[in-house]
Ligand binder design. Structure first.
Ligand code: ADP
Length: 484
């Protein structure tokens, strides 16, 4: 049988720990995904800004080159349309420079943008001064070259710096994306592994033991009485298995007891039947006289049979919860007196005596059932004192209870077996050698007394005798006197 002790992890604790771990992993996954996506989006925003700055710088470069071309054409031709286009382009150049100033926010970008703007301003100023002097194009261009080259060089430096920035930002975006993939992938893998471990754990620690338990119950149902539930690592399945084991053991024990009981009943019924048969055969075949003594013997055997069958019927009724009482106010003295008068004459070796108070000892109950209780106790007292001796029946009124006791000087009951005698079909081996019986009388007594709201107690010393006490709720009667 499985032991119940030992500290075992409970299913609830395991599930709480597992769900907490899975929830923590899920949270980590979420936090990792959030953090990495923020990193990625920041890197992408930076890349986008770099692209805008680069585009603005390229726009300045292109517009300046267009302005330079138109201004040269204007100097060469002096046409009005070209002059108008040159003014428009110069305004566009101013707008492109202003946009560059707005988008170039970083310190390096702002510095480079300021240099470029300064060089463009210098070029425009130099151009205006040279044109004011009315120089022809072939003299103006060489004079303007240094300023133009400074503009082109600073524009190229600006664009190179922006491209380098963009490369760096791209690399940062890639790093962030890789980090996101690694973080989310690793946490997701952990989460999947955790869920798989949880599933496997539940299968091994809960599902498999339950299936084994189901097999155990199935094998027991098919008749295997030696089957036992498997040990389980978790507390609840283990307790369930221990409960199933207990149940199997109890059913097996009950079945054995019932078989023993049937064998005992069959054996006990055969004894009076055999005596009856012998006596009837003696009369029939050998013409033995039908003396009053022989008739009394036959009558006693019939009584014994009828009592045993009555006990069996009572026991089955009580087990089925069909004990019906017809309650009335009953004087316990009268019940005791009737039983003493009935049993007194049946024995030569015992002195059955009654002592009771002068006043009625009233209880609320079924007189016939109470008589059955006292009869059982008195007949046991006679049965289990085979050497004879006094059998004392006492009725007394206590403060709130009425007490009826039956004492004998018989074989007695060992202290360890005092409770056993009230268990149905339980007969002490030593007592079985002394007298016949089905082992039902005292269990019926206890049930009847309990149905009356009372209790039965026993006091006994092996070899010295026993006293059975029945205590019932006492009905106070007007004029009730002191107990005798
Ligand atoms: P039965 O007498 O038919 O065996 P009971 O239920 O009346 O059944 O008694 C149960 C057991 O209690 C008896 O087998 C006997 O061992 C013990 N017992 C009952 N009354 C006495 C008694 N007065 N003295 C000693 N043993 C007793």
């Amino acid at each position: 049988m499985l032991g119940r002790g030992g500290a075992r992890l409970s299913v609830r604790a395991l599930m709480t720990a597992s769900v907490t771990a899975v929830a923590a992993l899920a949270l980590a996954l979420l936090a990792g995904a959030l953090w990495t996506s923020r990193t990625v989006s920041r890197a992408m925003r930076e890349a986008e800004e770099d692209v805008w700055v680069l585009a603005a710088a390229q726009q300045v470069d292109l517009t300046l080159r267009e302005f330079h071309r138109l201004a040269n054409l204007c100097v060469a031709t002096g046409e009005v349309e070209v002059e108008a286009a040159r003014r428009t382009t110069e305004e566009e150049l101013g707008g492109a420079l202003a946009r560059l100033g707005v988008v170039a926010q970083g310190s390096q970008e702002a510095r480079l943008a300021a240099t470029l703007t300064g060089h463009v301003d210098a070029y425009l100023r130099a151009r205006r001064a040279l044109e004011a002097r009315g120089l022809p194009l072939d003299q103006l261009l060489p004079a303007l070259r240094p300023a133009l080259e400074r503009v082109i060089a600073s524009s190229a430096a600006f664009q190179d710096a922006m491209r380098a920035n963009l490369d760096e930002t791209n690399a940062a975006v890639h790093d962030a994306l890789r980090l996101q993939a690694v973080t989310v992938g690793a946490t997701a893998a952990l989460l999947v592994a955790g869920l798989a471990a949880l599933g496997l754990g539940v299968r091994a620690l809960v599902v498999r033991p339950l299936l084994e338990l189901r097999d155990t119950v199935g094998r027991f149902r098919r008749g295997d009485e030696d089957v036992r539930a498997p040990a389980c690592a978790l507390r609840e399945p283990h307790e369930l298995a221990a409960g199933v084991d207990d149940m199997i053991a109890t059913i097996v024990q009950q079945r054995r007891r019932q078989l023993e009981f049937l064998a005992g009943v069959a054996h006990d019924l055969r004894t009076p039947l055999a005596t009856l048969k012998l006596q009837v055969q003696a009369i029939e075949r050998q013409g033995a006289p039908v003396t009053p003594e022989r008739l009394r013997l036959l009558d006693r055997q019939l009584d014994r049979l009828s009592r045993m069958i009555g006990d069996l019927l009572d026991a089955t009724r009580i087990e089925a919860g069909q004990l019906e009482l017809a309650p009335a106010d009953v004087d316990l003295r009268q019940v005791a007196r009737a039983v003493v008068e009935l049993y007194g004459p049946t024995t030569q070796t015992h002195q059955v005596t009654l002592s009771c108070p002068d006043d009625a000892v009233l209880v609320r109950g079924d007189a016939l059932r109470l008589e059955q209780v006292v009869s059982n106790l008195v007949s046991n007292a006679i049965k289990y004192a085979p050497g004879g001796g006094p059998v004392e029946v006492r009725v007394s009124a206590l403060e709130e209870e009425a007490e009826l006791s039956v004492s004998d000087h018989g074989v007695g009951i060992p202290p360890g077996e005092l409770e056993e005698v009230f268990v149905p079909f339980r007969r002490r081996e030593a007592a079985a050698a002394v007298a016949a019986g089905a082992g039902l009388g005292l269990s019926i007594v206890r049930r009847i007394v309990a149905a009356h709201g009372g209790r039965v107690e026993v006091e006994s010393a092996p070899g010295r005798g026993s006293t059975f006490r029945v205590r019932l709720p006492h009905l106070p009667a007007p004029g009730e006197g002191p107990t005798a």
